[in-house]
Design a binder for this molecule. Structure first.
Ligand code: FRU
Length: 459
């Protein structure tokens, strides 16, 4: 590896990027035998979208990644659009050879981007060697075109109350078809062998890259709800009887930032871990042009459902494995802060994970300036703002809690332990290492702050 590789001026240091070329959606997120697989929409030939290929990275801990050979290359059926992957533990596909369980990937072959154009279909690929090499299923497609543009199959195993299981696929379909009026729908299918799929039902109002999973409310495994998300990460909470999703809420927002899209959750996380881990694409139209790569993934997070005065909401919070990157921690507690003071003036940093708890006290506004990135909280309105985004974040017992991850081109903010998040891409001045906390009137109390400097994932 050349010395500057992974250390270019605007190369994220703890967010995944392709070594070279473009990336967008995370695909095929699956865990098998100690390895997290991260496939991704990839253009190996340039830093703009095109030639869609499944790139592939593998890592032991969600913070270190090793980019492998590309897994799925375009063929006569199309370029390789988004999809998912599962472990076929029981060899229901009959595709296992040797001792390793088969990893099975589902992708869209986008027939519209090959010459001659063909229909857009859902296809299967599999690996018998822990994801090192992939073969496309000889009887592809597994689902023929429903309407042009149908895409992004996400597959998971569903277990009914009696302990009987079947595979479910959620798929984006434009029910408006080629007509000018679009009806964005998610189709639900089921299968016993991952190869033959039967239509079950559909839910309208979600566009591209669906994911569908169950979460326990307040950690109670006896009280779970189903969550449907689309590519914009808006979600509905509801119930699922193995055939149809019945929403019980309007569409809700978890991440209020401008740069979180096409997120996907991991399949086959071991039961004893039990987390629902998600990675999103931090889509960014203003990325620096002089880099050999383009676009980055979000930092992996855990999803949960928690009860708030306004109802049950989905929370998103960074995975604990970030601790593996901690280099130095500075901790301060119980500091009253008046206008004009900066209790952090003795600290600076570049790659940061900051966790703080602030008692509003008599202040009307307080906030942080981290490397020129201003995060502020208006106490009266209970309004958290960053970079033009405003989010209502109610105080709990007169305080708010913030967690902030700063990399070379991103800021991810988590309010009140994941109640809300703001994922943003931004070109941060590499020279600026300033860290400040301010209060603009009255006195706020910085009850607790931990500032952790991070090592690069690439070292
Ligand atoms: C979402 C998306 C998917 C599609 C892929 C193509 O960002 O448009 O619907 O499969 O990107 O790269």
């Amino acid at each position: 590896m050349s010395e500057s590789m992974y250390n270019e001026k605007y190369r994220p240091q703890f967010h995944f990027t392709a070594k070279n070329g473009w990336l967008n959606d995370p695909n095929g997120l699956v865990f098998y035998k100690g390895e997290y697989h991260l496939f991704f929409q990839h253009n190996p030939f340039g830093t703009k979208w095109g030639n869609m290929t499944w790139g592939h990275a593998v890592g032991p801990d969600l913070v270190h990644w090793n980019q492998m050979e590309n897994a799925l290359l375009p063929d006569t059926m199309g370029t390789m659009f988004s999809g998912s992957a599962v472990v076929d533990w029981d060899n229901c596909t009959g595709l296992q050879k040797g001792d390793e369980r088969t990893l099975v990937a589902f992708y869209t072959a986008d027939g519209g981007t090959v010459t001659p154009k063909v229909s857009t279909t859902q296809c299967l690929a599999y690996s018998n060697d822990r994801g090192r090499t992939w073969a496309k299923y000889e009887k592809n497609p597994i689902i023929t075109e429903i309407t042009p543009g149908n895409r992004d199959p996400k597959v998971f195993k569903y277990m009914d109350k009696g302990g009987k299981s079947k595979w479910i696929m959620v798929l984006y379909v434009d029910d408006g078809g080629q007509k000018s009026s679009h009806i964005h729908s998610i189709y639900f299918f089921s299968s016993d062998d991952l190869k033959k799929w039967t239509f079950l039902s559909k839910t309208e109002g979600f566009y591209e890259c669906p994911d569908f999973f169950e979460l326990a409310i307040d950690g109670n495994q006896e009280n779970k709800k189903w969550i449907l998300i689309g590519a914009d990460f808006k979600y509905m909470i509801g119930s699922f009887d193995g055939i149809k999703f019945i929403p019980e809420t309007a569409k809700l927002i978890c991440d209020f930032g401008q740069n979180y899209y096409a997120a996907q959750t991991y399949s086959d996380i071991p039961e004893e871990d039990g987390r629902r881990i998600i990675i999103g694409w931090m889509n960014w139209s203003k990325s620096p042009e002089d880099m050999p790569f383009n676009q980055q993934m979000s930092f992996p997070c855990t999803l949960s459902l928690k009860t708030f005065p306004e109802g049950v909401r989905m929370c998103k919070y960074p995975v604990k494995e970030i601790e593996k990157l901690y280099e130095k921690t500075v901790e301060k507690t119980g500091i009253p802060v008046k206008s004009g003071e900066n209790p952090l003036s003795d600290i600076e940093g570049e790659l940061l994970d900051i966790d703080l708890e602030i008692l509003a006290g008599s202040s009307s506004e307080f906030g942080l300036d981290i490397r020129g990135q201003k995060i502020s909280y208006a106490v009266g309105e209970e309004d958290l703002s960053f970079n033009g985004t405003h989010v209502h974040l109610p105080m709990v017992d007169g305080k708010i809690i913030l967690r902030i991850l700063i990399d070379r081109t991103s800021v991810e903010i988590f309010g009140n332990e994941g109640r809300i998040s703001i994922s943003s891409c931004i070109q941060i001045n590499p020279e600026n290492r300033f860290i400040g906390f301010y209060c603009s009137s009255g006195i706020a109390n910085l009850a607790r702050i931990e500032i952790r400097s991070l090592k690069s994932s690439w070292k």
